[in-house]
Design a protein around this ligand. Structure first.
Ligand SMILES: NC(=O)c1ccc[n+]([C@@H]2O[C@H](COP(=O)([O-])OP(=O)(O)OC[C@H]3O[C@@H](n4cnc5c(N)ncnc54)[C@H](O)[C@@H]3O)[C@@H](O)[C@H]2O)c1
Length: 383
């Protein structure tokens, strides 16, 4: 089995190291900051103990996993790796510097991957002489539990690198999808209206947080409502992703961040982690207005925007239709793939809703994807 190295022992890096070691790889987990390695070691020990309590692993398996991981502050220990996954802080200059250092240490056939959420793989690859071996391997948090991994070849990545990277991650029991090197890849792009349109509906005074959340859960079958989910992710993190995607898309108004969420972040109302976000977690949860007609309107508006985003991703060849649907069901637990959902409710109905919104508001944000218009004209379905 190949040796795998993970650079950065934070939230994502330690999770990725846990997966690789569990799958039997010799793993080198490196971090440069004081305390980071020790923290990762403590955290992993706790997680494995919990798995023993839940009878998911035995004591012996825990020892095997820990014995496979070398926790280190010496980057030279990555020598001999055939796969290096970088998961340091989201900073392009730091990542580029690091990629150059990694390339100088590993063999010519080692794949060097980044777990970046928002930077382009092409820009990171630019730091390497053999850019064809660089690729994006994007895990979701918590990495050991979330089944989806987005594989992102850049314009420089070779097919051999892509196939090999995919086969390694597949062998870890993950569900892989291939995404184009564009902002937000699949999930963080297609999911934007789930948050943005929900906030917009609230801002217009159509419904409160609890009612919008109820509509999406009760009538749409989503596991969490948008406001609950933003509070869970953290308003600081969720706002930053939206702003990054918006900026990276040359300020396309479809991805425009909202003042409502920005003020939440500025006020320190980050969500569950700060005890208060859209909801105040020290109090009872507010009651939703369970008016089914209102709920259906809310669901329909958000769902139409989500389907439009998924269709546009397909239109622009960001991924295959199967991968777009898989990404949303396995990466963010949507109850159905958005494109098969569109077939079910009728793509013509989605177009009607988008046209109605665009006419009413006169905003580019509601423009229907050319693919949806074409399909309605041709009476076509996604599947
Ligand atoms: N947190 C998420 O939900 C999530 C999900 C998917 C992808 N990502 C991406 O994963 C990466 C890491 O995110 P995170 O949430 O784990 O961050 P984190 O802050 O928890 O961990 C980053 C770690 O990198 C270390 N580090 C910083 N500079 C370093 C360097 N030059 N060399 C070695 N170690 C260094 C830090 O000490 C820290 O331990 C980012 O690129 C992020 O965009 C995050």
């Amino acid at each position: 089995m190949i040796k795998v190295s993970v650079i950065g022992a934070g939230t994502m890096g330690s999770g990725i190291a846990q997966i690789a070691a569990t799958k039997g790889h010799k793993v080198c987990l490196y971090d440069t900051f004081d305390g980071a390695i020790e923290n990762a070691q403590k955290k992993l020990n706790k997680i494995l103990n919990r798995l023993i309590e839940k009878e998911k692993i035995t004591k012996e398996e825990k020892e095997n996993i820990l014995n496979k991981i070398s926790f280190t502050k010496d980057i030279r220990e990555i020598k001999g790796s055939k796969l290096v996954i970088e998961a340091i802080i989201e900073n392009l200059d730091l990542k580029k510097k690091l990629f150059k250092t990694i390339e100088d240490l590993v063999d010519a056939d080692c794949i060097i991957a980044s777990n970046t959420s928002s930077l382009s793989i092409a820009s990171i690859s630019g730091a390497c002489e053999k850019a064809e071996r660089v690729i994006g391997i994007h895990f979701f948090n918590p990495a050991p539990l979330m089944p989806l991994v987005e594989i992102i070849p850049s314009v420089q990545t070779s097919k051999k690198t892509m196939d090999h990277a995919k086969s390694i991650i597949d062998s870890w029991g993950k569900i892989t999808v291939i995404a184009k090197d564009t902002p937000g890849f699949i999930v963080n792009r297609v999911a934007r209206p789930f948050y943005g349109e929900a906030i917009r509906i609230y801002e217009e005074g159509i419904a409160d947080f609890a009612t919008i959340d109820w509509s999406l859960k009760e009538l749409g079958g989503f596991r969490m409502g948008p406001f609950e989910l933003m509070d869970y992710i953290g308003n600081d993190i969720n706002y930053t992703v939206t702003e990054t995607v918006f900026t990276a898309f040359y300020y396309d108004s479809r991805y425009k961040p909202s003042f409502t969420q920005r003020r939440m972040m500025e006020a320190g109302y980050l969500g569950r982690k700060s005890g208060r976000g859209y909801y105040d977690y020290s109090k009872d949860m507010p009651k939703a207005n369970q008016d089914r007609n209102l709920g259906k309107k809310i669901l329909w508006r958000i769902l139409s925007m989500l389907i439009n985003e998924a269709a546009d991703a397909l239109f622009l060849n960001i991924a295959t239709k199967g991968d777009i649907d898989l990404a949303m069901t396995k990466g963010v637990n949507y109850p159905k793939g958005l494109l098969s959902w569109a077939d079910e409710i009728g793509i013509n109905n989605v177009l009607e809703e988008l046209k109605k919104l665009q006419e009413e508001y006169g905003e580019d944000r509601y423009r229907p994807s050319p693919l949806i218009k074409r399909m309605v004209k041709d009476n076509a379905t996604f599947y």
